[in-house]
Design a protein around this ligand. Structure first.
Ligand code: FE2
Length: 432
């Protein structure tokens, strides 16, 4: 007897009329037209069943703090960092935990069940670290929360920052972060990359650095990061976040850089919502888009994912934990409008992001965790177009969130009474 059988689902790879069988929290069979006795059977009515969404880049210590103590007037990264510096001394653990838990509720409702969050380790008190370790424990039954030790004030620029980062790792933070473009000089930035990668190698940890979050085409710390990943045998274990300077780099240099990144096994996370708003602020017109070269990186064989980065904090005033909104923005900024490109943007917030986080048991194959989301859309492109409703969200076979189907009631002469916001072709029945 199965615990759960989901029938008549469409999968992201295009297979239709698929059934997924679940027992003890795992997928035990995936087959077209499968029918078997189960404690619960769900008819997906042709809608898209996807592995849950994954956010590979977030800042949960700052989330939902918008307006505390004031808002970012210039909209720049640097004012955001300064504003966070004003907020930090006033942070209280209980309030930070409450905000993070609220965000995690939003995330679950949106089918977002794995988040890599940077946590600021600059401050000797490590208040945010202790708070997010507490949150990690509290949300563990439903969200994989992976923490990155992030020396926001600059590992070398700020006194005691490296020691504080190491203390955060000792407490159980599992990924080594960095911010080389915020160090005092390019040389110090490169030195920080080397030092932090060595710390990760010694401790057997993953690396995820904010890297070249700048419009400066000469900010080339991604080159050092790729070099260090190879030198230290960290291939496949290192991620460069943002890499926005690549947007402005000379094409000849990029033609050399892309194969170096691919060779080193370094993955890249772009943060479309944040990159399009924070970058280009010093430009008049034309204003640069400021997102890294996503399709070119993908074509070079680099694993590229999209992150949300910020929701209602010193850097970004909007957001709701919706990774389809992230994919939607990424698709536009990168002009990935072909069918292939749009599907790659869906992958960037699901399978590619899971690869960045080294998630185990992720996917829709037999043996994977039964952690998935049923979307009110028939394929990944429609899901992005509609930022589709999350009809049902399961974590290891347990239903943890559901939202009624979206249908607008119309009162227009000579028109249908219901508008389903689906494509022009016939839509699946809304029988869920
Ligand atoms: Fe970030």
């Amino acid at each position: 007897m199965l615990d759960l059988l989901i029938r008549n689902a469409t999968l992201p790879d295009g297979r239709t009329s698929m059934a997924l069988a679940v027992r003890d929290g795992k997928i035990v069979d995936v087959k077209e037209g499968l029918d078997a006795p189960a404690h619960e059977t769900v008819d997906a009515t042709g809608y898209l069943l996807s592995p849950h969404f994954v956010d590979p880049h977030f800042h949960m210590d700052a989330t939902l703090s918008y307006g505390l103590p004031r808002v970012n007037e210039s909209g720049t990264l640097l004012e955001g960092i300064a504003l966070w510096g004003e907020l930090k001394p006033t942070l209280k653990a209980d309030a930070l935990i409450a905000r993070a838990l609220t965000y995690c509720d939003w995330a679950v409702a949106k089918g977002l069940l794995a988040i890599r969050s940077h946590v600021d380790t600059s401050d000797a008190s490590l208040l945010a670290v202790d708070a997010l370790l507490d949150v990690k424990k509290q949300v563990a039954p439903y969200i994989d929360l992976q923490l990155v030790a992030f020396p926001q004030d600059g590992a070398l620029r700020s006194k005691g920052c490296v020691e504080n980062l190491k203390r955060a790792l000792d407490k159980g933070v599992e990924v080594v972060g960095g911010i080389p473009h915020f160090e005092r000089t390019m040389a110090e930035g490169a030195a920080s990359v080397k030092l932090l990668c060595e710390i990760a190698a010694e401790r057997g940890l993953l690396v995820d650095m904010h890297c070249d979050e700048s419009d400066d085409p000469l900010s080339r710390h991604i080159e050092t990061l790729a070099f260090e990943a190879q030198r230290l045998g960290l291939q496949g274990r290192v991620n460069g976040s943002h890499c926005t300077s690549m947007h402005s780099m000379d094409n000849y240099y990029v033609s050399k850089l892309l194969p170096l990144i691919a060779e080193s096994g370094v993955s890249v996370v772009a943060n479309p919502l944040i990159n399009i708003t924070l970058q280009g602020r010093h430009d008049s017109y034309p204003k640069r888009r400021g997102m890294t070269r996503v399709p070119e990186l993908m074509a070079a064989g680099v694993n590229v994912a999209f992150g949300h980065d910020c929701v209602m904090d010193p850097w970004y005033s909007l957001g709701s934990g919706d990774m389809l909104e992230v994919a939607h923005m990424g698709l536009h900024v990168a002009q990935m409008t072909s069918q292939k490109g749009m599907r790659q943007c869906f992958d960037a917030v699901t399978v590619n992001a899971a690869r960045v986080m080294h998630l185990k048991g992720y996917g829709l194959e037999v043996g994977c965790d039964a952690s998935f989301v049923l979307l009110q859309a028939r394929d990944p492109v429609e899901a992005i177009r509609l930022r589709a409703n999350r009809l049902k969200v399961w974590k290891t076979g347990r239903l943890i969130a559901q939202t009624p189907p979206v249908l607008a009631q119309l009162s227009l002469p000579g028109r249908p009474s219901v508008c389903s916001f689906m494509s022009q072709a016939a839509s699946p029945s809304a029988g869920l």
